[in-house]
Design a binder for this molecule. Structure first.
Ligand code: C2E
Ligand code: CA
Ligand code: CA
Ligand code: CA
Length: 278
């Protein structure tokens, strides 16, 4: 137990009683974290592969914990997902993202902003109405907001998930299926969902140039999406070579470290003001 109390060393060590206490502590810290503005957003550009222009951004949460330092969402989201805190957290993130999108609009920067949500958010019957309220409060058009939900999440609790997603689309918010290809969902289910955007999981893109199977999967998802009029985005693009492959397969949009890591809002403003093209 004399180990460091950094999150990294405990989170994977389930045998330590300390892990449990530690996680409980973090979970209870989150409310305070929201109040104290310790949660902040970084934004990663989505790029049009043909023009090289930035067409949107994905908001990614970070927690600047006073003792632990910056905590990744991979660590803290699972801790709060099954608690009531996830509702407050997601509303906070959505409001911050919407305020940022509005600010960009006032600087003549028009971009769709994508926010990740947890499947638990869709179990909250006020969720869609609350999003509408936040959009109205900040006078942002619903077409500027996109909601990303993982394929696995969409598979859980199918009927209620589907209803909430339809409600979101009704108010004009678009829906992206995140981590596509990892969730074992049937194609018939996916096509029923009628999502607007499909994001090809990074695990396929990563080695598609050396792994024939993953190449075939990426190719198939792009062709299917183009046929069904889904906007397709390749995630985790890290090299020029991967970008070239995606272009040759007809993938219209891409995101990844090759273009940018997730960046603070003011860096995005600068890139847009410079009218950057990759
Ligand atoms: P995700 O939605 O699949 O987001 C993509 C993740 O991959 C991000 O990690 C991003 O920084 C990273 N990434 C982007 N491009 C590359 C690349 O080229 N190479 C590599 N190796 N990684 C890349 P991040 O920011 O750590 O977020 C991790 C996950 O946490 C997200 O995965 C998302 O599921 C979740 N998450 C982040 N913010 C939120 C949030 O506000 N709410 C919820 N519910 N989940 C969030
Ligand atoms: Ca995402
Ligand atoms: Ca993803
Ligand atoms: Ca992911």
């Amino acid at each position: 137990q004399a180990k460091s109390n950094r999150l990294g060393s405990y989170v994977y060590n389930e045998t330590l009683g300390a892990t449990y206490l530690y996680e409980a502590k973090l979970r209870s810290d989150i409310s305070e974290a929201i109040k104290q503005e310790q949660i902040f957003l970084l934004y990663q550009p989505k790029v049009d592969t043909q023009t090289g222009k930035i067409i949107g951004v994905e908001a990614l949460a970070r927690w600047e914990h006073p003792i632990e330092g910056i905590i990744s969402p991979i660590h803290f989201i699972p801790l709060i997902e099954k608690s009531v805190h996830i509702h407050k957290f997601t509303r906070y993130v959505i409001e911050k993202a919407i305020m940022q999108a509005k600010q960009w609009q006032l600087q003549d920067i028009d971009m769709v902003i994508a926010v990740n949500i947890s499947p638990y958010n869709l179990l909250d019957i006020n969720f869609v109405q609350d999003i509408q309220t936040i959009l109205t409060r900040h006078n942002l058009s619903s077409s500027s907001l996109e909601i990303e939900l993982t394929e696995t999440a969409m598979m859980s609790n199918i009927s209620s998930t589907k209803l909430s997603l339809i409600e979101l689309q009704k108010i004009g918010v678009s829906i992206a299926i995140d981590d596509f290809g990892t969730g074992l969902s049937s194609l018939s289910y996916i096509s029923q969902l009628n999502a607007d955007v499909i994001k090809i999981d990074r695990s396929f893109v990563m080695d598609m140039n050396t792994n024939k199977h993953n190449f075939a999967i990426v190719e198939a998802i792009i062709h299917l999406s183009n046929r069904l009029n889904w906007t397709v985005v390749a995630e985790g693009v890290e090299s020029q070579e991967q970008l070239n492959t995606l272009k040759s397969l007809g993938c219209p949009y891409a995101q990844g470290y090759y273009f940018n890591r997730p960046l603070p809002a003011d860096k995005i403003s600068t890139l847009m003001a410079d009218n950057i093209a990759y």
